[in-house]
Write a protein that binds this ligand. Sequence first.
Ligand SMILES: *[C@@H]1O[C@H](CO)[C@@H](O)[C@H](O)[C@H]1NC(C)=O
Length: 347
Amino acid sequence: MQLPALVVLPFWVIGQAIAWNHASEVGLAEAWRSQKYALVAFILPNHRASEALEPEWSAIEKEETDGRIISVDCAAEPKVCEQQGVNSFPAIRLYQDQGARMERYRGPRRASSIRSYLRRALRPVLSTVTDKNLTVFRGVDDVVFVAYLRPKDTVLRDWFHTLAKRYRDRFSFAVTMTEQPSSAVHCYNNVKGAEIVQGDLNAVDSLQHFVKLCSVPLIPELTRRNDIEYNSKDKSFVHYFVSSVDERDEYLSEMLPLAKKYEEYLQFTTIDATEYPEMLPVYGQQPGSTKVLSVYHPSNGQIFPQRRMEKLSAAVVEQFLLDIVGGKVRPWSADLLSGGDTGHDEL
Ligand SMILES: *[C@@H]1O[C@H](CO)[C@@H](O)[C@H](O)[C@H]1NC(C)=O
C-alpha cells in the first residue's frame, strides 16, 4: 500500500529536523527533587513513534510552567531507563512527590490529550465543590462527574471515590453536598453538550455502567473490541476510514455537530484503514483508500459508499444522508447481490 507510507513520511522528516532537549540522569533527579511534578517522555532516537511525539512534546513544554516537562534519550541514558522499567517507546510518565509516586500515561500521544491528563492527575482524586465553583468545575474536562451527596450517604461517597480512583486518568470527579431528599450523580459530557443524571445508586455496577454510558464518544473509533457493542444498537452507521490520527482529528472537528444533530438515528464512527484494511471492500470502498465514507443500515444490510471527495465537509455528508433517505442513492450491496431497486430506506 502506497498511502500509509506517504502519510508517515512527513513525521519522519520533520522529526529529524527538530531537536529534543534531553535531560541527563542528573537532570532527571534534579527535576524530581525541585519541582511539583515531572512529566517525562522516555524516547529512542531515530524511532518513528518517538519522533512523532516531538512536536507534541514541545507544545506541552511551552505551556506547562509550574512543573517540569522533560525527555530522556534511552540510547544515551540506558541505565535510567532500565531503572524506570521502560521497555516500550515512547513511554510517558508522571512523577510526583519527588519521584516517589509514578503514573503511566496510556492515552493518545497528542499534546491536547496529554495536557488534559496532566490537569486531572494534579487534582485530588475527588475535588470538593460548592455552589460558587460548581459551574466552573463542570466545564474543566470533556467528561465531568459530580456527586451531589447528602451528608449521611457515606457508603455512596466511598463508592464514588473508588470509581474516581479507577477512571481519574480519563475523566474529572467532584463531590458537593446537597439538601435534596436523595443523593445523585450527574455526568456532564461537554463534547456532546449532554448532562445525564443517575439517581439509582444502590450498586457499584450501576455507577460503572453510568460512567460508560455518559463517556461514550459521539464519534468513536471502531475496533474489533468495541465492534459488537456498537453493532447491537438500533441505528444506522456512518463509517469513515482514516489512516492517521490527524485525519481522524480533522474529520471529528468537521463532523461533531452533524453527529450530534443526528445522534438519535445515526452512529458516526471512524475506522483505521491501516489496521483494518479488510473493512474497506466490506463497505464498498477501494482497497487501500483512505478518507472515504460509507453509510450502513444494519437493519437490512444496505451499504451506501460515498465516492471519494477532495474535501469532505459536513454539508456534503448531510446532503448524502438526505439523498439516501430520499431514495436518490442506490445501495451498493443490493446492486451487487440482487440488482434490486430499493428506494425507501430508513435512516
Ligand atoms: C470550591 O470552593 C470551596 C470553598 O471555597 C473550596 O474549598 C474548594 O477547594 C473549591 N473547589 C475547587 C475545585 O476549586
